[in-house]
Design a protein around this ligand. Structure first.
Ligand SMILES: [Zn+2]
Length: 296
């Protein structure tokens, strides 16, 4: 082969290599992913040990293995929504593929509405962290994590919310997730988290069947006049004499009230969406008193 031909061949090889690399930037990452999936699958495939195989004595396990024929895989029963607090989809994907960050989610929804699925729904992603909802303290095991690409101080895009609604529809249908179980990260971790931000359209989601909302016409009744103009009533004269303890009502909804101020702030972030830091107001109390009954 002439030296010219050799250099052309070398150039071709390098071009092909460069092309192959650009097509497989996640190859190493995906290999590591598959390895972890295999390890999880091996745990599921393990046959429980019999009394004879165990090195400790127990009366509750028989000498002989008896496998039931009636079972299936456990399903997620919550969806927890987040904002990424990062500047781009690429940045979030990078965060979720670096082992040292120890964080991930099942889905990331881009500002343009593109959805990246990063984990099988049946596996446990690390999005919830330490938290509590009702008496459930392992939300990662029970939920699907959905992250929205958003820096935390900007509105969510229309395309992003539309995509999110399509995703939620599929998840709700596929796993039979109850309407009340579409919640935010700040709901389950009030003292640690403030996502999704005040811009997140919880009311719109509730109207579509994802999460609950209070009855606005009851909480904020409106007087309508004959000329069809209307004014909102200041509701101070219709306050019931018996007020519910806000901590009790928040607890019924699901909030961890071990830090009362944080629980109130998280409730306001989700259901009031203004004056988050201004303390507990009459409006907040009225919304809470209407809402908690839906969780009874
Ligand atoms: Zn979060």
């Amino acid at each position: 082969m002439s030296s010219n031909r050799i250099s052309v061949a070398i150039l071709l090889i390098f071009t092909l290599l460069a092309f192959a690399c650009s097509q497989n930037i996640y190859r190493e990452n995906n290999k590591a992913h598959k390895k972890t999936v295999k390890e999880a699958a091996a745990i599921i495939q393990e046959i429980p040990k019999t009394k004879a195989e165990l090195d400790y004595d127990t009366l509750s396990i028989t000498d002989e293995w008896v496998g039931t024929t009636n079972f299936s895989i456990r399903k997620p029963n919550y969806v927890i929504i987040h904002h990424t607090a990062q500047d781009s989809l690429a940045q979030t994907i990078s965060t979720f593929t670096l082992p040292r960050t120890q964080v991930s989610s099942h889905y990331v929804v881009g500002r343009d509405g593109e959805i990246v699925q990063m984990l099988n729904d049946y596996l446990r992603s690390w999005h919830a962290g330490k938290g509590r909802w009702g008496n459930d303290t392992d939300l990662n095991s029970a939920s699907i994590g959905v992250e929205l690409d958003n820096n935390g101080s900007e509105p969510f895009t229309t395309a992003q919310i539309e995509s999110l609604l399509v995703l939620l529809k599929r998840l709700k249908w596929k796993y039979g997730i109850p309407t009340a179980n579409f919640i935010g990260h700040s709901d389950i971790a009030p003292s640690r988290k403030v996502d999704p931000s005040i811009y997140f359209p919880w009311k719109k989601l509730a109207e579509e069947g994802y999460g609950l909302w209070y009855e606005e016409e009851v909480v904020f009744p409106v007087l309508t006049f004959q000329d069809s103009s209307s004014i909102a009533i200041e509701n101070t004269d219709t306050i019931p004499e018996e007020r519910i303890d806000p901590m009790l009502a928040l607890r019924i909804i699901g909030y961890d009230v071990s830090d009362p101020k944080a629980a109130m702030r998280s409730f306001k972030l989700h259901f009031v969406q203004r004056d988050i830091e201004s303390g507990w107001t009459e409006t907040d109390q009225r919304i809470l008193e209407n809402l908690y009954k839906k969780y009874l």
